[in-house]
Design a protein. Structure first.
Length: 270
């Protein structure tokens, strides 16, 4: 046009209609059935180039492993295959487009529970903080990075609804799945345990035995034990000639959870 802006013309044609909630199929006679007083129009917003804000994820699912870290973020770069900023996007001091997103959890399913996802607008506790989508703009926005902070030792999946701000509700959804990891159980042994020679059977108490972490997918795990003598050191017994001879050493106590994750501690017998 006279201001150097692109001009795009659209043709709007009627196809089918149904009025006043009448029953039956729609009437497809290429008219509006009288619903509109004038022909609907579509107008392009061009300044100077015509475009529409778009938001398209390149993959429907992002996966990461369950973590024992607290408040540690995990970023997935290049999650979008289509990102176009709003026509009126502001520019920063370097002349780059500024695009902001609102991220809202829609549905969740935790710890491999059976049944459908729970769609209550929350993440069910899977994330320690709200996920963030950050646009990558240089100078035009062309991609984005998704950052999530999983709750330590939690696993499950959450469907996120991502909306571009100031873009007439341009929205898309993506699934984030935190995969379960079998964490080691825990227990405690005394650092040292004294006995008299020829004492016979020795019983050493183990305390604090528990599956770990205390989340519902591991708290009921079966715990099995394996005891082995792995080395000899620093233990002496006098034989008939009065010579000191090293005889025993460190006991290692592996404890397994579903024969997967190991928790190992040791103590000295003397």
């Amino acid at each position: 046009d006279a201001q150097g802006r692109e001009t795009v013309t659209f043709t709007v044609a009627a196809k089918c209609w149904q009025l006043f909630r009448r029953g039956g199929p729609m009437v497809c006679d290429d008219t509006y059935g009288g619903l509109f007083q004038s022909l609907p129009t579509v107008t392009a917003n061009c300044n100077p180039v015509c475009h529409t804000a778009t938001l398209t994820f390149g993959q429907p699912l992002v996966q990461l492993n369950e973590t024992e870290a607290v408040n540690q973020g995990y970023a997935t770069q290049g999650i979008l295959v289509g990102l176009t900023a709003p026509q009126n996007a502001e520019l920063d001091m370097q002349g780059r487009e500024v695009v902001r997103f609102h991220v809202r959890p829609a549905c969740h399913l935790l710890f491999g529970r059976a049944g459908d996802m729970v769609c209550d607008g929350t993440d069910g506790g899977l994330f320690a903080s709200r996920p963030v989508v950050t646009a990558v703009c240089d100078p035009l926005c062309h991609n984005a990075t998704l950052t999530v902070v999983p709750t330590a030792f939690w696993n499950g999946r959450v469907e996120l609804e991502v909306t571009m701000e100031d873009a007439d509700n341009v929205t898309s959804r993506i699934m984030v799945e935190v995969l379960p990891v079998n964490q080691p159980p825990s227990f405690a042994l005394p650092a040292q345990y004294g006995i008299l020679e020829n004492n016979g059977l020795l019983s050493i108490p183990l305390t604090g035995i528990k599956a770990f972490p205390p989340t519902e997918d591991e708290a009921a795990d079966a715990v099995t034990w394996n005891v082995s003598l792995v080395s000899f050191s620093s233990f002496y017994s006098e034989d008939r000639g009065g010579v000191s001879i090293p005889l025993t050493g460190i006991l290692t106590e592996p404890m397994t959870e579903d024969e997967a994750a190991d928790s190992i501690t040791s103590f000295y017998a003397y």
